[in-house]
Design a protein around this ligand. Structure first.
Ligand code: SF4
Length: 273
């Protein structure tokens, strides 16, 4: 893993993601190395895409830049983070995310955290009240499968604990259930187990399918060739706009959520219909 630092010119970027006014990414790169990650497509660089998951660089001046921006930015929800995980391993030393959250809290901005790491628990001393929400991505509760797909993220049980501890602190929580990948983690039992976690922690479910942005298929191919060889060839067709795969799978998620009385919505309704 290559670690390093970079400097940034801006800290808050306008966000078009549902519910967010801004995004804040204290790191460039992500050590978690999820095989399905499409964050690199944001950088439009083949070199970045090919090396994604092998480097994590802290934006050393981000707190300074953020403090300046917060003097004049209009209030709005800040997504922490959108193209990296704010609580990846190097954050335990650099504390860039922690410092940014302190600043956002001081300036009374709403903060929406999304992570796959139990390191977020370190910051529960600050994360409290209606200005915070914590989202945890759970693709499967099968730790062996999670370890193959998301090799350096916290295991699913640790992510469940994040939701439990936040729930105990009365912090609003949600589960990002995705990506749902055909024939891999889309069976009813697997989906229901995750939704049961949402039920137990009063979390909302946001669900999403695999997004085949550039380079994603390349990263996934050898993994899927071992795990689900029969469906590999059909994957792009199943995920195309013409296929009714996603309509059927969404109906399953929605019906489990209805049965368990769990709030549920598609993560990106405009682009996943
Ligand atoms: S944690 Fe998020 S940003 Fe990091 S590799 Fe996984 S999907 Fe990509």
């Amino acid at each position: 893993m290559e670690y390093g630092i970079v400097r940034c010119k801006t800290a808050l970027s306008p966000s078009r993601l549902p519910g967010l006014a801004y995004s804040l990414n204290p790191y460039f790169g992500c050590e978690h190395g999820c095989l399905y990650c499409y964050s690199p497509s944001v950088f439009r660089s083949e070199a970045v895409a090919r090396s994604w998951g092998t480097f994590a660089k802290g934006k050393s001046n981000i707190a300074e830049v953020l403090a300046r921006e917060l003097q004049h930015k209009e209030k709005g929800t800040v997504g922490v983070s959108t193209v990296t995980d704010p609580y990846q391993p190097i954050e335990s030393r650099l504390q860039l995310t922690r410092t940014c959250i302190q600043l956002l809290k001081k300036h009374d901005f709403k903060v929406s955290i999304q992570t796959k790491s139990s390191l977020v628990l370190r910051d529960l001393d600050m994360i409290s009240g209606p200005k915070f929400e914590v989202g945890v991505t759970i693709t499967t509760l099968d730790s062996a499968l999670a370890n193959k797909m998301e090799p350096r993220a916290s295991p699913p049980d640790a992510r469940r604990e994040v939701l439990e501890r936040c729930h105990d602190k009365k912090v609003e929580t949600w589960i990002f259930l995705g990506p749902i990948i055909p024939h891999l983690n889309d069976d009813r039992e697997s989906l229901e187990r995750i939704i049961q976690v949402a039920k137990a922690t009063n979390s909302r479910i946001l669900f999403d399918k695999l997004n085949l942005r550039p380079w994603v298929m390349e990263n996934l191919t050898s993994f899927l060739a071992k795990e689900t060889p029969d469906s590999l060839e059909n994957l792009p067709a199943l995920l195309s706009a013409k296929s009714d795969y996603w309509r059927r799978t969404s109906a399953v998620v929605e019906s489990i959520c209805r049965d368990l009385d769990v709030r549920c919505e598609r993560a990106f309704p405009a682009i996943t219909q």
